[in-house]
Design a protein around this ligand. Structure first.
Ligand code: RAT
Ligand code: ZN
Length: 432
């Protein structure tokens, strides 16, 4: 390839486009806009290492397809025994063909560990020898990520006390104020809010709404979240006669406006269709995206990050994004994070929205997962982008290296950074 620099204004030849895209994808440090990872200053909340990787709920779901072990038998095992069973079943006795199992293989290979090992001895010894802080830097480097966004639940009894101790902020981990318990299960959680010192009742009186807003403002100060977030069932409706809709309208959306942050809605799980397999027990359903339409229309001053779990909802989401600039679609979430589906959704999004969306987030629960999830994303993105630029060239406009750089930066960094005003926040943090 001719050395083409980022400032080179001349169009690339057809042979140069693919390699230039691969290089830009490799060299752009991505922002991972939604994970379940935790900064090290939050103590032991962050999961990492081979036993955690193997007991990821995506793999637990697969275990029950390949083994006669019952969920009850599985849950009675220690984590180590569970990991051994999953390794033996999915990696020794069967070929790891699925996306989640291939992910484990890719992580082991990234650390030069034996991907055909008969047991986990070597892998365990490797992870036991890592020091978390340096390991995180190495993992981020291998994943090509500069920073990740966490999921932080102020009503999680394991997490909330850690925030109350003012943990050291971490430039590589941004917080998110997650509201599932408050919005989806107010009846079960209002007492917890009340016990934390807020004058709330189950009934959403004026005082309760004001106190929920005080609760959100206090947690905003404590966590400095980049957005608030909630996952919502496939049956989600807005407006509707429910505590959730009232809380959204009167507390959460006004607070987001006042605090200047977006609200992220992840719509589409069918919670616990098989409770016996716990976290793995959720399914997916097609949602009515008129709820999103109504939110965007009624609250034009709010900004919404939206991900939908059903494949069938993807096209509609793009249509709504074309109507409402305050809607930013993101990610191919959970059951969609497979190359065939990511490819379909991403092509559709580029065709309908150009580079004005966020193609992917990792949803990593275990640190090292970012390695395979982001490698896979880069691998899937390269031919999609190549095809888009080839079509553009055939229609009469070649692409420059600088344009490729700009587009990839938008998709994997600046669309998000601008939507959540990341720069202002970092400047502010730097000045503080
Ligand atoms: O993808 C997942 O790991 C799910 O279990 C959910 O956590 C989902 O990502 C969510 O944030 O609700
Ligand atoms: Zn998630």
């Amino acid at each position: 390839m001719n050395p083409t620099t980022i400032n080179d204004a001349s169009s690339l030849t057809p042979e140069q486009i693919g390699p230039a895209i691969m290089e830009e994808l490799r060299n752009t440090p991505f922002i991972d806009v939604h994970t379940h990872l935790f900064m090290p200053s939050l103590g032991n909340l962050g999961l990492w290492g081979i036993d955690e990787l193997l007991t990821y709920h995506y793999l637990e779901a697969e275990l029950f397809r390949f083994s006669s072990v019952t969920p009850d038998q599985y849950w009675s095992l220690s984590k180590r025994e569970q990991a051994d069973l999953i390794w033996r079943t999915l990696f020794v006795e069967n070929t790891p063909l699925s996306e989640a199992t291939r992910g484990i293989v890719a992580v082991l290979a990234a650390f030069d560990l034996d991907t055909r090992a008969k047991d986990l001895r070597e892998a365990r010894a490797f992870f036991q020898n890592q020091k978390l802080e340096t390991h995180i830097q190495r993992v981020f480097e291998l994943a090509g990520t500069s920073e990740v966004v966490m999921t932080n639940d102020p009503l999680d009894p394991a997490e909330a006390p850690l925030w109350e101790k003012s943990p050291k902020p971490d430039r590589q981990f941004h917080a998110v104020l997650r509201l599932d318990r408050i919005l989806n299960k107010w009846q079960q959680h209002w007492k917890q809010v009340s016990e934390a010192g807020y004058r709330v009742q189950e009934n959403l009186t004026g005082q309760t709404i004001a106190e929920v807003r005080r609760f959100l403002a206090d947690w905003f100060r404590r966590m400095q979240p980049v957005y608030m977030a909630c996952s919502l069932p496939d049956t989600f409706q807005f407006p509707e006669d429910s505590a959730r809709a009232e809380l959204l309208k009167q507390a959460v959306l006004p607070s987001c406006r006042e605090l200047g942050i977006p609200l992220s809605l992840m719509i589409g799980p069918r919670y616990q269709v098989n409770p016996a397999i716990r976290l793995a027990g959720d399914a997916a359903g097609k949602a009515d995206l008129r709820a999103v339409e109504h939110l965007c229309v009624q609250f034009p001053e709010n900004r919404f990050l939206i991900s939908v779990l059903s494949r069938e909802n993807q096209h509609e989401l793009c249509v709504y994004a074309r109507k409402f600039a305050n809607l930013l679609p993101f990610g191919c979430w959970w059951f969609l994070n497979n190359p065939s589906i990511v490819e379909e959704i991403t092509r559709e999004r580029i065709e309908m929205l150009g580079a004005s969306f966020i193609p992917q987030h990792s949803d990593a629960r275990i640190l090292e997962q970012v390695i395979y999830k982001w490698r896979n994303t880069r691998r899937t993105m390269a031919p999609i982008l190549t095809n888009s630029y080839e079509l553009l060239a055939r229609d009469g406009r070649g692409v420059t290296r600088a344009e490729i750089h700009r587009d990839i930066d938008k998709l994997f960094r600046s669309n998000f950074a601008q939507f959540v005003h990341l720069k202002d926040r970092n400047d502010h943090a730097g000045a503080a």
